[in-house]
Design a protein. Structure first.
Length: 158
């Protein structure tokens, strides 16, 4: 049997825990299509530091780019066009993705650790020119958010 207790009230009779009856003093709130739990005032909240969220789409794009570049380097395929035919993708998509191999290793490490600038996404990298010089890349990406070399600081988004 479930008993509903009005918001902000405590049960009238003392609570006796049992396997069939549990009282949790909280309210469920729905905002912008997302449910969240609102704890009563004075309830201690234990928060632990979270690791930065990693952009798995960008990481997968990097992995494909380096894999495809390795296929070309080993002579398995001759060009992005051949990779596109094998993968069933558009040639432009393959070539745009392969430009990711030109990124500075420090920036790649920042992406893998999840501390790169918020706006630096796979979509952004494949739609915008990437400077060839690594120092120019850092300057360009600073305009998007935090510098990828600011490892100790939090990301601008995630």
């Amino acid at each position: 049997m479930t008993t509903r207790i009005p918001k902000g009230q405590v049960p009238a009779q003392p609570y006796i825990p049992s396997p069939l009856n549990t009282f949790i003093p909280m309210d469920l709130t729905r905002r912008t299509g997302k449910s969240s739990i609102v704890l009563p005032e004075g309830t201690p909240q234990k928060t632990e530091p979270r690791e930065p969220l990693r952009d798995t789409t960008l990481i997968n794009g990097l992995a494909k780019a380096f894999y495809w570049q390795r296929l070309i380097d080993l002579g398995v395929v001759r060009s992005g066009k051949e990779i596109a035919e094998r993968e069933g993708l558009d040639q432009g998509t393959v070539n745009e993705c392969m430009r990711l191999t030109l990124l500075d290793p420090i920036l790649i490490q920042a992406i893998l650790e999840g501390i790169h600038p918020q706006g630096l996404t796979l979509n952004w990298l494949t739609r915008n020119p990437i400077p060839l010089l690594w120092s120019d890349q850092h300057e360009r990406f600073r305009s998007i958010g935090a510098s990828p070399t600011n490892r100790g600081k939090s990301r601008s988004r995630v």
